[in-house]
Design a protein around this ligand. Structure first.
Ligand code: 5GP
Length: 116
Protein backbone atom coordinates (compact mmCIF):
# COMPACT_ATOMS: atom_id res chain seq x y z
CA UNK A 1 0.00 0.00 0.00
CA UNK A 2 1.28 3.44 -0.91
CA UNK A 3 1.80 6.01 1.87
CA UNK A 4 2.51 9.74 1.94
CA UNK A 5 6.17 8.83 2.52
CA UNK A 6 6.28 6.84 -0.75
CA UNK A 7 4.97 9.92 -2.49
CA UNK A 8 7.72 12.03 -0.88
CA UNK A 9 10.32 9.46 -2.05
CA UNK A 10 8.88 9.70 -5.58
CA UNK A 11 8.93 13.54 -5.37
CA UNK A 12 5.14 13.66 -5.90
CA UNK A 13 4.77 15.52 -2.59
CA UNK A 14 7.24 18.21 -1.50
CA UNK A 15 9.31 17.79 1.66
CA UNK A 16 12.34 19.40 3.24
CA UNK A 17 14.75 16.56 2.44
CA UNK A 18 17.96 16.66 4.50
CA UNK A 19 19.55 13.37 3.41
CA UNK A 20 19.04 10.61 0.86
CA UNK A 21 20.93 7.54 -0.30
CA UNK A 22 20.01 4.28 -2.08
CA UNK A 23 18.46 2.78 1.06
CA UNK A 24 16.65 5.64 2.80
CA UNK A 25 15.46 9.21 2.80
CA UNK A 26 15.37 11.76 5.64
CA UNK A 27 13.18 14.86 5.77
CA UNK A 28 11.82 17.31 8.34
CA UNK A 29 8.57 16.39 10.03
CA UNK A 30 5.69 18.60 8.91
CA UNK A 31 4.50 18.97 12.53
CA UNK A 32 7.73 19.11 14.58
CA UNK A 33 7.62 17.92 18.19
CA UNK A 34 11.06 19.41 18.96
CA UNK A 35 13.24 22.19 17.47
CA UNK A 36 14.84 19.50 15.28
CA UNK A 37 12.50 16.72 14.13
CA UNK A 38 13.63 14.62 11.19
CA UNK A 39 12.08 11.38 9.89
CA UNK A 40 14.34 8.60 8.54
CA UNK A 41 12.39 6.38 6.15
CA UNK A 42 13.63 3.25 4.36
CA UNK A 43 12.86 2.95 0.65
CA UNK A 44 11.82 -0.69 1.22
CA UNK A 45 8.09 -0.77 2.01
CA UNK A 46 7.54 -2.13 5.54
CA UNK A 47 4.27 -1.09 7.21
CA UNK A 48 5.21 -1.46 10.88
CA UNK A 49 8.02 -2.82 13.01
CA UNK A 50 5.85 -5.95 13.41
CA UNK A 51 6.30 -6.61 9.69
CA UNK A 52 10.11 -6.46 9.75
CA UNK A 53 11.66 -9.79 8.75
CA UNK A 54 15.02 -11.02 10.07
CA UNK A 55 16.48 -10.39 6.60
CA UNK A 56 15.31 -6.77 6.81
CA UNK A 57 16.82 -6.15 10.26
CA UNK A 58 19.83 -4.24 8.82
CA UNK A 59 17.39 -1.62 7.53
CA UNK A 60 16.71 -0.48 11.10
CA UNK A 61 20.46 -0.24 11.68
CA UNK A 62 20.78 1.90 8.56
CA UNK A 63 18.11 4.29 9.89
CA UNK A 64 19.90 4.54 13.25
CA UNK A 65 23.30 5.10 11.62
CA UNK A 66 21.91 7.75 9.28
CA UNK A 67 20.31 9.53 12.25
CA UNK A 68 23.54 9.46 14.27
CA UNK A 69 25.55 10.67 11.26
CA UNK A 70 23.08 13.51 10.77
CA UNK A 71 23.38 14.48 14.46
CA UNK A 72 27.18 14.52 14.17
CA UNK A 73 27.12 16.52 10.95
CA UNK A 74 24.70 19.05 12.37
CA UNK A 75 26.69 19.36 15.61
CA UNK A 76 24.18 18.19 18.21
CA UNK A 77 25.33 14.59 18.71
CA UNK A 78 27.16 15.39 21.95
CA UNK A 79 24.30 17.48 23.31
CA UNK A 80 21.99 14.55 22.67
CA UNK A 81 18.87 13.49 20.88
CA UNK A 82 16.04 10.97 21.00
CA UNK A 83 15.05 8.37 18.41
CA UNK A 84 11.60 6.79 18.32
CA UNK A 85 9.85 4.19 16.16
CA UNK A 86 6.11 4.12 16.80
CA UNK A 87 4.26 0.86 16.14
CA UNK A 88 0.47 0.72 15.71
CA UNK A 89 -2.33 2.34 17.65
CA UNK A 90 -1.12 2.49 21.23
CA UNK A 91 2.05 4.27 20.08
CA UNK A 92 0.09 6.62 17.81
CA UNK A 93 1.56 5.43 14.50
CA UNK A 94 -0.20 7.35 11.72
CA UNK A 95 1.90 6.58 8.63
CA UNK A 96 2.20 2.88 7.88
CA UNK A 97 5.69 2.88 6.47
CA UNK A 98 8.34 2.19 9.13
CA UNK A 99 10.21 5.36 10.09
CA UNK A 100 12.54 6.57 12.80
CA UNK A 101 11.89 9.94 14.43
CA UNK A 102 14.97 11.98 15.39
CA UNK A 103 14.13 14.64 17.99
CA UNK A 104 16.67 17.17 19.21
CA UNK A 105 17.60 20.80 19.68
CA UNK A 106 16.52 21.30 23.31
CA UNK A 107 16.32 19.30 26.55
CA UNK A 108 13.55 16.83 25.76
CA UNK A 109 12.56 16.03 29.32
CA UNK A 110 11.99 12.66 30.83
CA UNK A 111 10.70 10.01 28.44
CA UNK A 112 7.04 9.19 28.97
CA UNK A 113 4.98 9.04 32.12
CA UNK A 114 5.59 6.21 34.56
CA UNK A 115 2.69 3.77 35.01
CA UNK A 116 1.57 3.42 38.61
P1 5GP B 1 3.98 8.37 13.29
O1 5GP B 1 2.93 9.00 14.16
O2 5GP B 1 3.39 7.47 12.23
O3 5GP B 1 5.09 7.73 14.07
O4 5GP B 1 4.69 9.59 12.56
C1 5GP B 1 4.27 10.11 11.35
C2 5GP B 1 4.88 11.49 11.26
O5 5GP B 1 4.79 11.92 9.91
C3 5GP B 1 4.15 12.55 12.10
O6 5GP B 1 5.07 13.10 13.05
C4 5GP B 1 3.64 13.55 11.08
O7 5GP B 1 3.74 14.88 11.54
C5 5GP B 1 4.54 13.29 9.88
N1 5GP B 1 3.93 13.58 8.60
C6 5GP B 1 2.69 13.17 8.19
N2 5GP B 1 2.45 13.61 6.93
C7 5GP B 1 3.58 14.28 6.55
C8 5GP B 1 3.92 14.95 5.34
O8 5GP B 1 3.18 15.02 4.37
N3 5GP B 1 5.15 15.53 5.30
C9 5GP B 1 6.04 15.47 6.36
N4 5GP B 1 7.22 16.07 6.20
N5 5GP B 1 5.72 14.84 7.51
C10 5GP B 1 4.51 14.25 7.60
Amino acid sequence: MSTIFDRIIRREVPADIVYEDEQLIAFRDIAPQAPIHVLFVPKTPIATLNDLTPEQAPIIGQLALAAADYAKREGFAQAGYRTVINCNGDAGQTVFQVHLHLLAGAPLGHFGTPIR
